[in-house]
Design a protein around this ligand. Structure first.
Ligand code: ADP
Ligand code: MG
Length: 339
């Protein structure tokens, strides 16, 4: 089911939590809404679900205007970060709950379907257990099975792995991606975790202050960030004050193309893996302040004459020492006009 938001806004009292968001999600896609806390992700999800109603704009499910349709008639499955399974019900009963409420299936049919869903979320044979007898990761899988039980047209996941530890999150991420390939339900996945969004989604929608600042494939948003916010939000980056003249940005002796930017001050951003240290040669003059050994790399902390500090990853076989004087060049960088 394709979902489309058209200029959707939401104000709480006087606070505009969502500002003019337009977004189209093709049928069968897994799209991540990624942004810092407070950027409006949950509010958007709740409006798609029908738990919250926009004060401007429309929401379409396929051709149908769903803006004013109540949650129970929208055909959405929902999983939250703290999805409280019913503690007094077994896992099978939890999964069966929605199907029973709908009253369309026979008891035997529901039992069979619940067992099938437990197999799907790799909890085969655990139907008689209670939620407090399984791990947090397993509980979120049951919550997903419960959301899928009613055969939703759309799946909405709000930081479903947010409360779990890092290793479990990574496993669940891989598992959810595989499940989605087998059963491609249109899915909106909310997270503030960049890596989670980039690993999981076909497409990432980046939000800041209730607005969409960029959307694209993981490759597009990481390699071609549209703004300095996206550049900084998606990963470690270094910033250097630059001067643009004739479509080129200069930092010391480093020159980088800046097509379309007017003459004047700007900033050049480069990620640690995209800076290169050399003992001789032209670039941004710098001094090595610290050498940090990491399991799979060597991180240099360097200082430029104007006091700018930067970090870069140096090859393990490059001779470097604290106090060395040299220069920085870049293999990849982005220039943004001064704010
Ligand atoms: P996110 O999920 O990205 O962290 P939310 O959508 O939950 O962000 O919230 C966006 C903004 O709207 C926040 O500043 C939050 O405080 C505010 N907000 C959300 N829900 C309400 C509400 N029911 N009443 C008042 N303010 C709210
Ligand atoms: Mg939220």
């Amino acid at each position: 089911m394709r979902i489309a938001l058209q200029s959707v806004s939401k104000t709480f009292e006087t606070f505009r939590a969502v500002r003019d968001v337009s977004l189209e999600i093709e049928s069968g896609r897994l799209v991540a809404l990624l942004g810092p806390s407070g950027s409006g992700k949950t509010t958007i999800l709740r409006m798609v679900a029908g738990l919250e109603f926009p004060d401007a704009g429309r929401i379409f499910f396929g051709e149908e205007d769903a803006t004013d349709i109540a949650i129970r008639d929208r055909g959405v499955g929902f999983v939250f970060q703290h999805y409280a399974l019913f503690p007094h019900m077994t896992l099978a009963e939890n999964i069966a709950f929605g199907m029973e409420a709908k009253g369309k299936r026979s008891k035997a049919d529901i039992r069979e379907r619940a067992a099938e869903l437990l197999r799907l979320v790799k909890l085969d044979g655990l139907g008689a257990r209670y939620p407090n007898q399984i791990s947090g990761g397993q509980r979120q899988r049951v919550a997903l099975a419960r959301a899928l039980a009613v055969e939703p047209r759309v799946l909405l996941l709000d930081e479903p792995f947010g409360a779990l530890d890092a290793a479990v999150r990574r496993d669940l991420r891989r598992w959810l991606r595989e499940l989605h390939e087998d059963m491609p339900i249109t899915t909106l996945f909310v997270t503030h975790d960049q890596e989670e969004a980039l690993d999981l989604a076909d497409e990432v929608v980046i939000l800041d202050g209730g607005r969409i600042v960029q959307r694209g494939t993981p490759e597009e948003v990481t390699r071609r960030p549209a703004t300095r916010f996206v550049m900084g939000f998606l990963g470690d980056t270094n910033r250097f004050a630059a001067e643009v003249r004739g479509g080129e940005a200069r930092v010391g002796a480093l020159v980088w193309p800046a097509p379309g930017l007017g003459d004047g001050p700007a900033d050049l951003f480069a990620r640690p893996r995209d800076l290169v240290w050399s003992a001789a040669g032209l670039g941004i003059p710098a001094t090595i302040l610290r050498v940090l050994e990491r399991p799979d790399s060597r991180r240099l902390v360097v200082g430029a004459p104007d006091g700018t500090m930067a970090e870069l990853d140096a090859p393990l076989d490059q001779p470097v020492a604290k106090g060395d004087i040299g220069s920085l060049t870049a293999t990849r960088a982005q220039v943004f006009a001064a704010p």
